[in-house]
Design a protein around this ligand. Structure first.
Ligand SMILES: [Mg+2]
Length: 263
């Protein structure tokens, strides 16, 4: 087995970073091999972290959902956590949010005031209750000088009905109406989440591995952070609607399913 074979990458790593949708779960249900692989890694004394671009749910809600389905995940870094951290690090204390309650709760827990009155920033994430009014308020605030911050770039969101609009679609709408692009997009492929995980566990990039289904976020972000990564050909990677862009980079190893990684 050569050094960049996925099984070898996992064996070498102390921390395994998983993407969530399309890797561990699909529509909330564990994908084949996910439960057993997570258990195997924990039994081997490895750290397991979910690094997700999804900002709609609070990490505690995600944790409960995983555990109810038999996935023993205890550490979750989603783009809501990284966004809250970014705000704190940049003295952004007042924000208007286009996003769901999971994101709003996280920001408030981090002492960030959510308001439409003179915010420092407008935070835009996926919002399944998006209205014209929210778009209009966000547009006016950004045009008046509030910093435009986006949680994650994913343009679409996989559901059992097919791909539906993701955060990137809402960001595009507000970028169009405000004539301003986001100052920063926090989620993968940005390095913030990876760096947060490395710091939390006091590890170097080469002591980790990232497993993802979306090349341009999961894999690209990991490689930028110096973390080895490979694709699992489930979720978006296997979607007929998705031009399998990981195939453009033959350097990136691929496994067909998490079951291929079980001992
Ligand atoms: Mg995914």
């Amino acid at each position: 087995m050569n050094d960049d074979h996925p099984r070898q990458l996992i064996e070498n790593a102390e921390l395994i970073l998983f993407d969530s949708d399309g890797v561990l779960v699909e529509e909330g249900d564990p994908l084949p091999g996910a439960i057993d692989l997570v258990e195997q890694l924990i039994n081997q004394g490895k750290k397991v972290v979910v690094l997700s671009n999804n900002s709609t749910k609070h990490p505690n809600t995600m944790k409960e959902q995983y555990q109810r389905k038999g996935l023993k995940i205890t550490t979750i870094i989603n783009s809501g956590i990284t966004t809250a951290r970014y705000c704190r690090d940049h003295a952004i204390n007042r924000v208007f949010v286009v996003g769901e309650w999971g994101l709003i709760d996280l920001l408030q827990e981090n002492q960030i005031h959510v308001t439409d009155s003179h915010p420092d920033a407008v935070i835009v994430g996926m919002d399944r209750d998006l209205t014209y009014e929210k778009l209009a308020v966000a547009t006016r605030l950004i045009r008046s000088g509030a910093t435009f911050i986006a949680t994650n770039p994913d343009r679409s969101f996989p559901t059992s009905r097919g791909l539906e609009p993701g955060a990137g679609s809402m960001i595009a709408a507000i970028a169009a109406s405000s004539d301003i692009e986001p100052e920063v997009i926090i989620g993968k492929p940005n390095e913030f989440g990876y760096q947060l995980a490395l710091k939390q566990f006091e590890l170097d990039p080469e002591q980790c591995v990232m497993i993802g289904d979306r090349y341009e976020t999961d894999i690209l972000g990991a490689l930028k952070a110096g973390i080895p990564a490979f694709v699992v050909n489930t979720g978006i990677a296997s979607s007929r609607e998705y031009p399998g862009r990981w195939q453009d980079n033959p350097e990136v190893p691929v496994v067909q399913s998490l079951t291929d990684l079980l001992e």
